[in-house]
Design a protein around this ligand. Sequence first.
Ligand SMILES: NC(=O)c1ccc[n+]([C@@H]2O[C@H](COP(=O)([O-])OP(=O)(O)OC[C@H]3O[C@@H](n4cnc5c(N)ncnc54)[C@H](O)[C@@H]3O)[C@@H](O)[C@H]2O)c1
Length: 243
Amino acid sequence: MALSGRRALITGAGQGIGRSCAEVFASRGADLVLIDKNGETLEEVRAAISRSGGNVTALVIDLVDFDRLRSGLEEIGSVDILVNNAGFDNPGTTARITDFDMESVLRIHVKVPLLLIQRFLPSMKSSGWGRIVNIGSIWGLTGAKGEVAYSTAKAGILGLTKSVAREAAPYGVTVNAVLPGLTRTPTIEKVLADKFKEMIIRETPLGRWAEPEEIARVVAFLASDDASFVTSAAIPVSGGWGI
Ligand SMILES: NC(=O)c1ccc[n+]([C@@H]2O[C@H](COP(=O)([O-])OP(=O)(O)OC[C@H]3O[C@@H](n4cnc5c(N)ncnc54)[C@H](O)[C@@H]3O)[C@@H](O)[C@H]2O)c1
């Protein structure tokens, strides 16, 4: 199996794209360390993967709490693959966005990935193999009205991806980003108004939204040896939307 013998850390694995990444990675033989702030959903994912024979550790951590994050990281040891997926959106135009909303969105989408990279890149470098996959967004390329904080943060993760890719390349570590388009996850289903979903689907050449597994399969490819010559890439998985 493409990921057997690899140990992968996936953030935001309690639901949505992160959960699908965990399921796809497990089905391809990876050992998993999963982090989420929601203990209930995370336990469901852990138990389901464990029942199907996967080797999985789950840690309940609110990633924006850096003290808790740093102490949680001590329990983990090294990993071969890091998937920076956890995220949330604080919508707002320039007139409405608050310092707090801006800071927390930058923290989860840029500062947390940096902190995790700082923690896990050194051991990837020493072992001569590693994979970092950051989850961006089409809105990091295009911007979006009323999404000042989120679009800025998702553009930021691209700069981080490309800078770390250059730093890590001599050591056999690749660093890439996946940019989902509209994806059917619990948050999107609950929070995004139907008229916006319909508008995005109309603008999507493939004429539908993605299932989370369609994003996860691209993440799993980038995490595998099949992607050995892919680094510093930002791959839209958007059905053609925004590109
Ligand atoms: N769904 C989409 O249409 C879409 C499109 C583009 C990009 N993305 C990106 O994909 C990633 C996953 O999105 P999703 O739609 O699956 O989201 P989701 O809200 O369905 O799931 C996110 C998971 O991350 C966890 N999480 C959030 N904040 C956390 C924190 N501070 N600490 C620990 N865990 C935390 C949540 O508890 C949840 O389990 C995000 O980075 C998002 O920005 C999603």
